[in-house]
Design a protein around this ligand. Structure first.
Ligand code: C2E
Ligand code: MG
Ligand code: MG
Length: 724
């Protein structure tokens, strides 16, 4: 709703009406439809009743007229009547005698205006007797007892029926409707009368004032219509009740529909609503109704960890607080508003929040919003009396970059969010195509690796570790190789992290362990004198996280291969150890108890806490290749390595310098008292079949004072042919 509409409570002109207004309209329309239907039904009933009432009154009245005429006909003295001839005898004594009973009838019954007899005279009809008094008795200016012989309405159907031509027998009849003549407006009943021989002698007509008929019809009509009034009132009341109930019924219905589009925990929009609003935004940009929009994909860093350690209720509370901060930061007028131009904040599930920013003028605006979000979300949250920190990684896509479909936009925002995580989290990253390419490769690698498991695409190579004092190979490190059918050789530095993320590292690591132990024992069987004394296998973070299951796996492997535990060395990087220091220490102590040797890999690349060297039961510490490569050029690196080597010696740990490539590096390391070294200088990693040959080489090394150049004689021992 627009702010104006919120104030007035009704939708602003041209804006989309809110739900309540729509409910009222809908209920009103439905009630009107119901009322109209009822009115039609009741109207039809009333009309039927009305017609039948009118018809009954009409028939009754006509019957009444006929009966009056019949009783008049019985009063006619037919013989006397036959003798009367107008106009000579009118009002003569015979006439008066003949008309007397008719006069009595006329005066005795209210409403009868005229009673008279009629006879046929060829095509004409003539009056004979007329019960009216001579003169104008009713003051209408017309003589009541007319001198007229021929009556004007002799053509009416009723007269024709009662007094037919050609001597046919007549039947009693009455006029259908009121008619008007010079004497007034009447309805008339006719009845034939017969002479002694049974021949029709004439007919009697009884004129009744039509006003009576009209009044009766009027009453009948009114009564029928009166029935409409209560029916109409009932309809009104019913329709109003219907309207009220319907309005009340619609609100919860809308509630259900709205709930289906709302995230239960936070009250924000859910995926369904978000996607429909995103589709609208795409349409509006395509139609030129808004310049651009942006989608921000937010994922909270280490949320799962917080959820697991604090408990789910605290996790829910944290999500609610996050939602509140998002709302207030964006001033999203109403996350659930139906207005097409409004911002939408949605929760897609878990700790994934997605924001649609509509009506962006510049694509740089989104960076400012992202900055505001990062600032608003970074302060600590108070959850269950504790302070909790949860930073957020934000991936951004604008409609300038992608307008293909809602799904594609979300996918790209997600890709950018992953990039933000890769870039060290707690930051925002705007999507670009390179990220997508990287992700595609990631996906290819993941699915390829899944298929590669258990096939010859995967193999192990071994790199010797040389003891500098004796120049002998003491152990070899097993390194994984993967030959992808299309991508070719993929570096473990690339596919191991993918395997970790997807969980594939667990079966993969198991395979490496079995394969390495198998190879080691094969060398021992083949040539115990030349075989390395130990084999080193790398462990990844996910394998460390296996905890007791990892211990079982190693115990089983050693037992199955009947391999002495001290021949197996496990390499763990400092960074992985520090992810969960307590659990790592427990695990390592267990491994030490089993007499498995432990090496800290890539020392110097993590937090490099020297205390860590003392606290963890490592036998070997491998100084990272990056230090070794800087050794010659940078004096402080030399000092650093010197200090580290001294410390390791004092702690009784074996030092291994990684990535030794030149004779100079080797000479310096030796002069600093480094125990062992590994690197291309000695040998590249080689296939299992070449290991014994590499191990038989003995590197002659002569220590010289530090920094005085190489004094190492390296026999081009028959090594390295199989270098990889
Ligand atoms: P890492 O354990 O530190 O292994 C040493 C890496 O340095 C190997 O790279 C090796 O080929 C390389 N290297 C050795 N000497 C030299 C040298 O003189 N110069 C240079 N430039 N490089 C040298 P690789 O085989 O590519 O392995 C990379 C990383 O992948 C390994 O680092 C290890 O962390 C991981 N990795 C390899 N195989 C496995 C495995 O089976 N399991 C697990 N979890 N990780 C593995
Ligand atoms: Mg290693
Ligand atoms: Mg290493």
């Amino acid at each position: 709703m627009t702010p104006a509409a919120q104030r007035t409570g009704s939708p602003a002109p041209g804006s989309v009406p809110d739900d309540a207004t729509r409910d009222i309209r809908r209920a009103r329309l439905e009630a009107l439809a119901v009322a109209a239907c009822l009115l039609i039904a009741v109207g039809a009933g009333t009309l039927g009743m009305w017609l039948s009432c009118v018809d009954t009154v009409h028939n009754n009245f006509r019957q009444h007229l006929i009966e009056l005429a019949q009783s008049a006909a019985q009063q006619v003295d037919v013989e006397l009547h036959a003798r009367i001839r107008r106009p000579e005898q009118i009002n003569g004594p015979e006439y008066r005698r003949a008309v007397a009973p008719l006069r009595r009838l006329r005066l005795g019954i209210r409403g009868i205006k005229y009673v008279y007899t009629l006879v046929r005279d060829g095509p004409d009809i003539r009056f004979i007797l007329d019960a009216a008094d001579p003169g104008d008795n009713d003051g209408d200016g017309v003589e009541d007892q007319s001198q007229v012989w021929e009556i004007s309405h002799n053509k009416t159907r009723a007269i024709q029926l009662a007094l037919p031509r050609d001597g046919k027998p007549g039947v009693p009849a009455a006029t259908d409707e009121p008619y008007t003549d010079p004497w007034g407006t009447f309805m008339t009943g006719y009845a034939p009368f017969y002479d002694a021989a049974g021949r029709q002698a004439g007919a009697v007509g009884v004129d009744v004032d039509a006003a009576i008929y009209v009044a009766r019809m009027h009453t009948a009509r009114n009564q029928a219509l009166l029935g409409l009034l209560p029916a109409g009132a009932l309809i009104l009341a019913f329709s109003f009740a219907f309207y009220r109930t319907r309005r009340r019924g619609l609100a919860p219905l809308r509630g259900v529909a709205t709930a289906a589009r709302r995230d239960r925990l936070t009250g924000l929009a859910n995926r369904t609503l978000f996607m429909s609003r995103l589709d609208q935004a795409i349409e509006r940009v395509r139609a030129g109704q808004q310049p651009r929009f942006a989608v921000l994909f937010l994922d909270f860093d280490h949320f799962k960890l917080l959820n697991d350690t604090l408990g789910h209720e605290a996790g829910d509370e944290l999500l609610r607080q996050i939602a509140a901060r998002l709302r207030s930061t964006l001033r999203a007028s109403d996350a659930m508003s139906d207005e097409p131009g409004g911002n939408v904040v949605a929760r897609f599930g878990g700790d994934e929040f997605v924001i649609l920013l509509n009506e962006l003028q510049l694509d740089t605006d989104v960076a400012r919003v992202a900055e505001r979000l990062l600032n608003a979300l970074s302060p600590a949250y108070g959850v269950g009396g504790r302070e909790v920190h949860s930073t957020v990684s934000i991936g951004i896509v604008t409609s300038d970059q992608c307008l293909e479909s809602g799904e594609a936009i979300i996918r790209n925002a997600d890709v950018a969010m992953y990039e933000a995580k890769r870039c060290g989290r707690a930051c925002s990253v705007v999507f670009n195509e390179a990220m997508s390419t990287r992700l595609t490769r990631h996906v290819t690698i993941e699915s390829g690796l899944r298929k590669a498991l258990g096939t010859s695409q995967l193999s192990l190579v071994y790199q010797p570790i040389v003891e500098l004092e004796s120049g002998a190979v003491t152990s070899v490190e097993a390194l994984l190789r993967w030959e992808h059918p299309l991508l070719g050789r993929v570096s473990p530095a690339e596919f191991i992290p993918v395997a970790e993320e997807s969980g594939l590292i667990v079966p993969l690591g198991d395979w490496v362990l079995q394969e390495a132990c198998g190879a080691f024992l094969a060398w021992r069987r083949q040539d115990p004198a030349r075989a390395p004394r130990a084999i080193s296998v790398n462990l990844s973070r996910a394998e460390l996280a296996l905890g007791p299951r990892l211990l079982d796996r190693i115990r089983d492997t050693l037992a199955r291969h009947d391999m002495p535990a001290e021949c197996l060395q496990l390499e763990v990087t400092e960074r992985e150890v520090m992810r969960d220091p307590q659990a790592s220490r427990t695990l390592m102590q267990e491994l030490r108890r089993m007499r498995v040797r432990l090496a800290m890999d890539d020392f110097g690349t993590g937090t490099s806490s020297l205390a860590c060297l003392r606290e963890y039961p490592f036998d070997v510490v491998k100084i990272d290749r990056s230090f070794v490569s800087d050794l010659v050029a940078e004096r402080d690196v030399l000092a650093l390595i010197h200090a580290t080597l001294t410390l390791l010696e004092n702690l009784g740990k074996t030092s291994v310098a990684e990535g030794v490539e030149t004779v100079t590096q080797l000479a310096i390391l030796q002069s600093l008292g480094c125990g062992c070294a590994q690197g291309y200088f000695f040998s590249r990693p080689v296939a299992a079949e070449a290991v014994l040959e590499v191990c038989s080489a003995r590197w002659q090394t002569e220590p010289t004072p530090a920094g005085q150049g190489a004094a190492v004689s390296v026999p081009p021992a028959s090594s390295a042919g199989t270098g990889r």
